[in-house]
Design a protein around this ligand. Sequence first.
Ligand code: HEC
Ligand code: HEC
Ligand code: HEC
Ligand code: HEC
Length: 487
Amino acid sequence: MNETAPRSRPWIGWLLFGAAGVGVFLLGMLASSVNDRRAESVPARLQFMQPIADYEADNAKWGQSFPREYNSWESTKHLDENTKHGGSGDRDYLAENPNLVVMWAGYPFANDFKQARGHYHAVEDVTKTGRLNEKTPGTCWTCKSPDVPRLMAAKGVAEFYAAKFHDFDKEVVNPIGCADCHDNKTMALRISRPALKEAFQRMGKDIAKASHQEMRSLVCAQCHVEYYFKGKKEKYLTFPWDNGLNVENMEAYYEKSGHVDWTHAVSGAKMIKMQHPDYEVYSHGIHAYRGVSCADCHMPYKSEGGIKFTDHQIRSPLYSVQNSCQVCHRWGEDEIKNRVQAIQDKNKELLTRAEKAITAAHLEIGDAMKRGATDAQLEGVRKSISKAQMDWDYVAANNGMGFHAPQECARILGKAIDGAQETRIQVAMIRAQLGAPEPLTLPDVGTKEKAQAFIKPFVAAQKAAEKAKEEAEKARAATKPAKVVQR
Ligand code: HEC
Ligand code: HEC
Ligand code: HEC
Ligand code: HEC
């Protein structure tokens, strides 16, 4: 009889069905209220926010209302141990790679080039670098401090750039912080630097229309980009993006503008130093293609006491693989790190090949000069080595050792190696015409010290020639008969 019992009470089924329906309805109500609260969460934060003055550069003042973001931001002062190719510890690129000294002969980078550290050290590090001199313009402060927007507002943007770096020694004191990326009233992400807005305008784009996800990369693109100082006196910070963001676009831009950063002290080639085109290289990678932003990897969400917030300890994501990568990738932590390193090792191998070939080409051109090659004879090889080095530098100067866009980096390094070896063939022919025995025995530039000692006489000769030229011009101006009006 037991078997028939359930059948005799069909209302239980209906009751369960009804109860389940009510349950689903209540859960729905709860979910929607959670969603509402999440949407409210930013304004709710703002309700308790202490007012922050316009152009407030003191990060601690912002921190009063946002302790978690502030504390994690402050942690960028910690110097973690290096990862294989990155990190924020000490890394002297010139000692690791003495060829760079020869490649930059005549340019301040040959004196000093260290690995970047956390944002907290930006002001300290720029004042300590061996690349500063009395001619360094105000422009060099632009990507170091939230005091910069304040000074630009007070003095004018063009005036700020055209001033001298040391004019602002006492004014620029706060390292990269809140005001660089946030609006002081709404805490929304904002672009505080004019150069990025201007670059967008020249490309016919309106940065105000960028999506929220795009802004999570564009705040970084204010500084992590290739740039140059336009105008001998103006030193106006400019991104060479008019034709687009790839290396060919930039080379075409520079060729048209005629801009040159320095003349190579050994080979006499007119050179351009790429800075750190992180945003540009990233734009060519799979993550940008899939809409993953810089902040997704470098500023992941983190939980503390049940409160979710954005981790402001911006650094190598290899220290935070769980939060930075495993939200999307279901691979183990070691596997993720190994995959990153495998990409980076290959990039490093290609970089080294390019560096060897480019260094040899500069030295061989220098030898041809010693044997009496004329500027006209060397014009072609100087141009091609300059281009090969620009290609190499677009990859070398970008951070992440190729990870942000592995295939694009490999393509460009392929071009750089090809360009350098092609140059060497041309130089070999010029040298042969001048009766040089082949091949040239390259000097030993195997350590930073040896390389710096090797370039020293070349740099001194270049400086002396420049000085002589200046003096000859002065003398000419002095002996020129003053405009004597004789009637
Ligand atoms: C998919 C994740 C991801 C995205 C997106 C991403 N990065 Fe990275 N980034 C990495 C990894 C991984 C490294 C290598 C870290 C290492 O070698 O220790 C790195 C390295 C760096 C470094 C050097 C850090 C160091 O310690 O050597 C900088 C600077 C950097 N990225 C800036 C950016 C910027 C700016 C953007 C956006 C334009 C960006 N990254 C987008 C994952 C990412
Ligand atoms: C380099 C840029 C950058 C700097 C510097 C920076 N932030 Fe942020 N901040 C971000 C980004 C990106 C987000 C994520 C915003 C989003 O997706 O809406 C964020 C989010 C926030 C939020 C929203 C809540 C959260 O945790 O997601 C607060 C509040 C905040 N930051 C406070 C600060 C404070 C305080 C400072 C200075 C101590 C600071 N930020 C410095 C880029 C920055
Ligand atoms: C106002 C300019 C500026 C902005 C905005 C900025 N950076 Fe930086 N960033 C720098 C400078 C300058 C350094 C090098 C600091 C040093 O070495 O003292 C740096 C260093 C770094 C490093 C290396 C840190 C380390 O410990 O190795 C990473 C990673 C990085 N930035 C990522 C980002 C990301 C991601 C964003 C956007 C969310 C961003 N930065 C926004 C200027 C900026
Ligand atoms: C927001 C999601 C997201 C995050 C965060 C993310 N990735 Fe990815 N990653 C992707 C997507 C999407 C792809 C492309 C996969 C595809 O389309 O097949 C990808 C591809 C990759 C690839 C393959 C690249 C290639 O060229 O074949 C590697 C390696 C990788 N990610 C590593 C990382 C690492 C390391 C991190 C953390 C530092 C990270 N990802 C963070 C979404 C993400």
